[in-house]
Design a protein around this ligand. Structure first.
Ligand SMILES: [Zn+2]
Ligand SMILES: [Zn+2]
Length: 750
């Protein structure tokens, strides 16, 4: 270590290197005056980069001759407070990802590039000479300049660009002349605050189509809601509360009350949602309840919108921040509460690219650091969360169905062996749809596959339309006349004949498009709507579908996973689940949990008034123990059985996993790397390596994917092992020929 007079700054740069970089303070500044959390401009090789100061040290491991001075400190106040910086550092450490990249991902693009923390605007002032000249009647001939100088002389503090443009649209030419004569001075100042505008398509109006939200009437709380609110708001410091209740049981009202309590105590609230576009109802209720700016952060924003929302949150103009996964890092002034809605949702885990963190887990950690309550809401909490309830680490707050709400839906299995389906629909399901429509109900038909058919087959020679870049079949999109790969996005025209033998080809199997078409033929005269990624390309599309269903105009809704999220359809009395079997035989250890969550979530959309909804699940395996336990004991019993199975197998949450994933255009390079990685692990105490094996879909978008699984009974030995291992992987020559990433606590293991 080389002690350096004045010390060094540790700077995290947006580079794929794990170590922080050491710099001397910029000329004229000393290290002690530069707080962690500010941005700094530094030289890197021959280029410049913007980094964030993450620490200060008295000595550096770099030889003094190689230490360079930073160029400029960009912020007066830190972008990240100590708690946020600690969360980012913990994230980088736990998920073994370079800190600079983790920090960069938490910042809007403009701030990464060095834009000012607060928006600035140009400001024009009269100089003392200018005021004197104006008093003396100057300038005599240039009318534009004279008018401008007159304005400036009477405006103490100067005029900003917006005010100038309003008063004198062509002010710039005159301003240049005045500046040249020394009568005016142009500088910048912090722009007047602008609260985040409501995104046009989101929460713009209620889904009933009336165009305006009624003033929010605050509903009375049930005793259970009241107890939940008290438990959350009465917590002295950190408390993790699992708010468990079916759709329509009033979870959102509990969130609203808890947020109101935080605001009343002068604190801010962070609310995480799986997908903004899928939860317009929640966002709309927050907007209707709180007459103050809400910063909304999600992936659908433009860079400018994200920057504005981030700035509002950071400056404390917006005390409520609502956002998706990456909003877990959002700045919130004086944080008082965190809510994670639909905490079981897979979208909280970053699964591709960058640092593969779980926003739900980080939300709990952030709450613990900030010593504030965190609420995890769901009708179907994930097994990890239930395990934490069992262990007394989380407190469960149950919301039973309200008295004015329908009874729990009745689930029944339809045996496809006894009732062979036509066009994917079994006769008892069709009869049930008919019955419900006849009595004024609506039907929701769920199939987790978009498109017309998953396969295009030649019945003469057996040819199946393949994706050229993936080990996958192309999906038929009849309406668009295309074949599309749902893995890599490749597409081609839908052929009328087999390209190999010339015989007619035929779509095999069902997707939402085909089910919609079949139902339209079977129920002519009834309006149908479809909700999947093909029909909902823009944010407004979802609300249009919701309006059609909520107004009762549409009688049948066909949809994918999208219909299981967020929306409440009180008119739906029948739910049909068409392809439950997909989840029954997966080798992934979480498949059963996900299937049960989906069934319970989609079933939760059914039922109204005092009438219980009916839920029919088509299956070829009615005796399957998973389905049996779900029907007999509900999600609770199912989860208890599932957790017992996990405990026996030491799977999470009873054991710990990490997956090393790699891909390359040549499969040899992938396996060379993973074999080398395995050797580099050596004899590792407390962990077991499994693999390498090819991924379930080995070739995707022209790249071969394979992986190595690391398991351990405990978190500590796994973390100890990963730390050393990742450093060794960085140094492997074989690593340069592949893309690789470490996934700690993976959602999937195949
Ligand atoms: Zn053929
Ligand atoms: Zn493909």
């Amino acid at each position: 270590m080389n002690a350096t007079r004045g010390g060094v700054l540790r700077v995290a740069l947006d580079r794929p290197l794990r170590a922080a970089y050491d710099y001397l303070a910029p000329p004229g500044r000393d290290v002690a005056s530069i707080p962690p959390g500010v941005r700094i401009r530094v030289p890197v090789g021959r280029a410049r980069a913007v980094g964030v100061v993450v620490g200060r040290a008295s000595a550096s491991e770099l030889p003094a001759a190689r230490l360079r001075a930073a160029e400029a400190v960009l912020d007066e106040a830190p972008l990240f407070d100590a708690a946020s910086l600690a969360l980012l550092e913990w994230t980088a450490g736990y998920y073994h990802h370079p800190l600079g990249e983790v920090i960069a991902a938490a910042l809007p693009k403009a701030l990464r590039g060095g834009a000012p923390l607060e928006a600035r605007t140009e400001c024009l002032h009269a100089t003392a000479e200018g005021v004197a000249a104006q008093a003396a009647g100057e300038p005599r001939r240039a009318a534009q300049q004279r008018a401008l100088l007159e304005r400036l002389a009477s405006a103490t503090g100067g005029l900003d660009a917006a005010a100038l443009a309003a008063a004198q649209p062509n002010w710039r030419g005159a301003a240049r002349a005045l500046v040249a004569r020394g009568w005016a001075r142009l500088d910048t100042r912090v722009a007047p605050p602008t609260a985040t505008p409501a995104p046009a398509a989101l929460g713009a109006g209620p889904p009933d189509g009336s165009g305006a939200w009624a003033p929010e009437t605050i509903p009375a709380l049930t005793p259970e809601q009241s107890a939940a609110v008290t438990a959350i708001t009465g917590a002295a410091g950190y408390a993790a509360c699992v708010l468990q209740g079916a759709t329509g049981s009033g979870k959102t009202e509990v969130y609203l009350r808890a947020v109101a309590h935080a605001l009343a105590s002068g604190r801010g609230a962070l609310v995480l949602v799986p997908e903004i576009g899928l939860t317009p109802q929640l966002l709309a209720r927050f907007r209707a309840r709180f007459a103050q700016p809400i910063a909304v952060l999600h992936s659908g924003l433009t860079d400018t919108e994200r920057l504005a929302a981030w700035r509002d949150a950071h400056a404390g103009r917006a005390a409520i921040v609502i956002g998706t996964r990456s909003a877990v890092f959002a700045p919130v002034r004086n944080l008082g509460l965190i809510v994670v809605d639909e905490e079981h949702d897979a979208s909280y885990k970053q699964q591709e690219g960058g640092c593969r963190y779980s926003a739900r887990d980080l939300a709990v950690l952030r709450a613990r650091h900030a010593d504030v309550p965190v609420v995890l809401g769901s009708a179907t909490p994930c097994f990890e969360t239930l395990h934490n309830v069992d262990g007394g680490r989380y407190r469960r707050l149950l919301l039973p169905r309200r008295a004015d709400q329908a009874a729990a839906p009745q689930l029944a299995l339809i045996d496809l062996r006894a009732h062979p389906p036509r066009d994917g629909l079994a006769a008892p399901v069709l009869r049930a749809i008919e019955r419900h429509l006849a009595t004024g109900g609506q039907a929701l038909v769920y199939i987790n596959r978009r498109g017309y058919a998953p396969t295009l087959l030649c019945t003469a020679c057996g040819w199946i339309a393949p994706c050229q870049a993936c080990d996958a079949r192309l999906t038929v999109h009849q309406g668009a006349g295309r074949l599309r790969c749902h893995y890599c996005g490749a597409e081609e025209p839908l052929p009328a004949r087999c390209p190999r033998c010339g015989y007619t080809v035929k779509p095999v199997g069902q997707g939402t498009e085909r089910i919609e078409q079949a139902l339209a033929e079977l129920f002519p005269g009834e309006r149908l709507v479809r909700l999947d990624r093909d029909t909902a390309r823009r944010p407004g599309d979802i609300e249009q579908v919701m309006r059609a269903v909520l107004s009762g105009e549409a009688r049948i809704l066909v949809g994918t996973q999208m219909v299981t999220k967020g929306h409440h359809f009180p008119g739906v009395t029948l739910v049909a689940v068409l392809n439950a079997d997909q989840g029954l035989f997966s080798t992934d250890f979480r498949a059963a949990e996900r299937l049960a969550q989906t069934i319970v979530q989609v079933a939760g959309r059914a039922g109204r008034d005092a009438r219980a909804g009916e839920v029919l699940i088509q299956t070829e395996y009615p005796e399957h123990p998973l389905l049996a336990s779900l029907l007999r004991e509900g999600y609770e019993g199912f989860a208890a059985a599932g957790l017992a199975e996990r405990a026996a197998a030491h799977w999470p949450p009873f054991g710990r996993l990490a997956v090393l994933r790699a891909s390359a255009t040549a499969s040899g390079a992938v396996f060379d790397f993973l074999q080398a990685a395995r050797r580099a692990a050596g004899a590792s105490e407390g962990v077991r390596l499994l693999g390498p094996v090819a991924a379930a879909l080995a070739r995707r978008a022209g790249r071969h994917h394979a992986q190595l699984l690391v398991e351990s009974h405990e978190r500590a030995p796994l973390q100890r092992f990963l730390k050393g291992w990742v450093a060794a992987l960085d140094a492997l020559p074989a690593a340069r020929r592949v893309r690789w990433a470490l996934d700690v606590d993976p959602l999937e293991t195949q």
